[in-house]
Design a protein. Sequence first.
Length: 301
Amino acid sequence: MSDFRLKVFYSVAKNLSFTKASQELFVSQPAVTKHVHELESMYHVRLFDRMNNKISLTEAGKVMMEHCERILTEYRKMEYDMHLLNNEYAGELRLGASTTIAQYILPPILAKFTDKYPQIKVSLIDTNSRNVENAVSEHTIDMGMVEGVFRTPNLKYEAFLCDELVPVVRSSALPADVEEITLEEFCKIPLVLRERGSGTLDAIETVLAEEGLKLSSLNVRMHLGSTESIKSFLACSDCMGIISIAALVKELGEGQFRVIDVSGLQFTRHFCFVSAQGQEIEAAQLFMRFVRSSLERTKDK
């Protein structure tokens, strides 16, 4: 029911691209341009500055963007609430999740959620924790799921799962009888870790700081942008990685990798829901309850 022109403007403003907006909304680029021109004519303003094939929001565009976010959020709430009067769950749910959660925790839960609530249109962006937090702050998504450290004061964090990060090597990397190494040995062994901005690296740095260590005191060989790329690297190397146990079920079961304990170090963190302070989106609340109950059922099995 919401004015499609506002959706078009919001998509262009969010992506700063008419082309990306047309792809996101599945309409032609001329149609996108037409809708934006209609808004500009209606209010006698220019919404975008165009220079060298790039666009930016004018002051009028920034004002409209602020109102647009609130209006479209209220439309989604109204759609959800009106369907709920008939005991139907419908609407749109925009999620974001850090890479580990998106790849190893969410897929079976999302499959069950969409089966149970087929009228809720779910979308998910998969990126690192800081990008998820930025998307929540910018209202690009309704709710995020991130790893570890709480760092943005205008956001609300709610833990939903405890996760363990484990030092891991391929099975042939160290002698078979080595199950634990000292902290001094750990500082010397070549490591492959996640990139800056990832919740995994933040959690590792937090644990190290508790022991008076900095990342610079370790022998970090390389930073990679995903857990899968680290696992692929470790399969061909004698380096060590520090990876969520949830991402290693298959490899540990097949004997491809093995966990090496580090004396005095235990890498634990929480996976957390993250949302904007004071913003209660019913579809997001429904999903949070569903995730918690799904994890409880899994734990009881």
